[in-house]
Structure formats: structure tokens, C-alpha cells
Design a protein around this ligand. Structure first.
Ligand code: 13P
Ligand code: SF4
Length: 307
């Protein structure tokens, strides 16, 4: 048995013995996706976090995702596969920033992308993910919405929900912002017939040109349903690899070599083994008061999404 398969076998054995559910974001590497109980986008991971039967949850992704699991399942042990895997966007606003913004924009609902810290969620009204954002913002009672932190996702939502007044402030994903309109032009010249599929974290000038804008899972589902054979992909380049691996008769091209999230790529299969074995990773611990206050905006997202 080769090393990877041997390690995967060991992890499968340990997760059964220790009653562990492994959740993996779609940006994780193929060897990790193969040992996960569930693979998905941020919304799908949140739903699984609330539903899974196991006592321990191991998140292969970044910190805000593990915090979301802990908030939704406070009595479970929640592990993050790599202690240093954070999302830079999650740290772009502080609680004090939001308090100041609320004074500046009284009466606005504060909608927080789920890519925010647990602490920040305590002062927000509702969460959104890339796949749920349009529906959630549309179904809010408030006409005025302060959308933080991702201005690209916010602009994309605003274009589809014109009946709301959406106030953007600052912030965004440093990885997806690396894709430029010039990249789109250059890649379209090389692959003129290819469909352009992008994540809403991409800059508006990129998203405006796309055949489809959606979450990581949304992009993968689009490919599954599509009869096209060539695709330009505007999201973390791991998705290009996963799609190419899954659909051998189709061709997938990244829009930019710079769309690589170093945080999402920190976790290796060895880290997952160490984490489940108790010799690596980090157990997520959050104050009860933070979890109680942060839970409301995640649950509100789920309620509105299920309507
Ligand atoms: P998804 O909700 O599409 O999984 O996006 C999460 C993320 O961090 C993308 O960069
Ligand atoms: Fe955060 Fe962007 Fe990395 Fe997603 S790709 S985890 S939004 S830095």
C-alpha cells in the first residue's frame, strides 16, 4: 500500500474509533476530500455542522468555518485541522468598526459574510454565504442593508436585488481580487468557446463578464449540468484541479495563476492524521456569551434560506 492510501486507511480507522466527522471545504486537496464525510461550500458545511451525529467535528478548511461549527454545535468537540489556517478577509472588521458603522447608518440591517470572526458575528444581524446571499438579502425586512466585509460579493448581490439599498464599506478576498479583467480578456482570446465561471468574490469587472457566478459548489454543479467542454475558472485554483480530475473529457483553465489561497492550502493529509490523533491541529474554544450572540445571525441565515 502506498503512503497516501495507508495514511487514508489509518484516518478512516481513527475517525470510526473516535466518532469523528470530517468536514472538508471544496478547496482542500484531493487526498483530503477522499477521507471526508462531507465536502462542500461554506453554506453546505454549516448545514452539516448542525446535523452531523458524531461527537467530534474536524474541519479541514479555515478558522471561521471551524468557529461556525462550534457555534452551531457548542456541546461537541470541534477541531481545526491546521491552527494557522485563517481567512484574511474574516479579520478585516473589528467589533468597534461595526459599532461605529451602526451609528453612521442607523436603521440598516448588518449582513455579514460568513467569512467573519465569531466575535464580529455577535454584532451583526444576519449571515450570508456566497450561495445564499441573494436569497437572504432579498428576504430581509429592512430595505437598507450594510454589507460587510466583501465589496465584490456585496456589489454582485446589489445588482441582483435592486429593491434594496446596499451600503458597501471596504474589504474583500485578497486571493480572488488577483483576477483582473485583463486576465479574462487574455484567456478568452486563447479559449474563445470556453464558458466563464467565477466566484462572486471576484472583482465586479470580472464577475460582469461571466456566464455563471456562484459558490464553489455552484461552479461544480454548473459543470455537471453543462454540455460545454471548455471552462475558464475564476476561483481558487484547486477547483480547476478537482474539476479536471472529475471530468476527463472536458478541459478547465484557471483565469490566473495568482488565485491561490495559502491558508486553504496549509492543511495536508498528515495534518489531518495528526489532528485526529491528538498531536496537531487546534481545538476550537469560544466563550459561551460569544457563541450565544453569534448563533443568532447564522440561524437567521438558515431560516431565511429554508423558506
Ligand atoms: P464558498 O462559500 O463558495 O465555499 O466560499 C468560501 C470561500 O472562502 C471562498 O473563497
Ligand atoms: Fe478567505 Fe479568500 Fe482564502 Fe476564501 S479564498 S479563505 S475568502 S482568503
Amino acid at each position: 500500500m502506498d503512503t497516501i492510501k495507508g495514511l487514508q486507511e489509518e484516518i478512516r480507522k481513527l475517525k470510526k474509533e473516535k466518532d469523528v466527522c470530517i468536514l472538508a471545504h471544496a478547496y482542500q486537496s484531493q487526498d483530503i476530500l477522499e477521507i471526508a464525510d462531507y465536502v462542500g461550500d461554506s453554506y453546505g458545511l454549516s448545514v452539516k455542522a448542525a446535523d452531523a451525529a458524531q461527537r467530534t467535528m474536524l474541519m479541514c478548511g479555515v478558522r471561521f468555518m471551524a468557529e461556525t461549527v462550534k457555534i452551531l454545535s457548542p456541546h461537541k468537540t470541534v477541531l481545526l485541522s491546521h491552527a494557522m489556517a485563517g481567512c484574511p478577509m474574516a479579520e478585516q472588521f473589528s467589533v468597534d468598526d461595526i459599532r461605529a458603522l451602526k451609528e453612521q447608518y442607523p436603521g440598516y440591517a448588518v449582513a455579514a459574510y460568513i467569512n467573519t470572526t465569531a466575535e464580529l458575528k455577535t454584532v451583526c444581524d444576519v449571515c450570508v454565504t456566497s450561495s445564499s446571499a441573494v436569497k437572504i438579502i432579498r428576504s430581509l425586512e429592512n430595505k437598507q442593508v450594510l454589507f460587510i466585509p466583501d465589496c465584490s460579493l456585496g456589489a454582485w448581490v446589489a445588482a441582483q436585488v435592486p429593491e434594496k439599498e446596499i451600503q458597501l464599506v471596504q474589504g474583500g478576498c485578497p486571493v480572488h481580487r488577483n483576477i483582473t479583467a485583463a486576465d479574462v480578456k487574455a484567456m478568452r482570446n486563447i479559449h474563445p468557446g470556453a464558458k466563464l465561471l467565477v466566484h462572486p468574490e471576484c472583482l465586479p469587472e470580472v464577475a460582469k463578464q461571466a456566464d455563471y457566478v456562484g459558490s464553489t459548489t455552484g461552479i461544480m454543479d454548473y459543470v455537471k449540468e453543462s454540455e460545454a467542454v471548455e471552462f475558464l475558472i475564476g476561483t481558487e485554483n484547486s477547483i480547476v484541479q478537482h474539476l479536471q480530475f472529475a471530468y476527463k473529457k472536458k478541459r478547465f483553465y484557471p483565469l490566473s495563476a495568482a488565485c491561490i489561497c495559502s491558508d486553504m492550502r496549509l492543511t495536508t493529509l498528515v495534518d489531518v492524521y495528526d489532528c485526529i490523533n491528538g498531536t496537531g491541529g487546534e481545538q476550537i474554544v469560544l466563550p459561551d456569551a460569544v457563541m450565544d450572540q453569534a448563533r443568532g445571525c447564522i440561524q437567521k441565515m438558515m431560516e431565511l434560506e429554508r423558506k
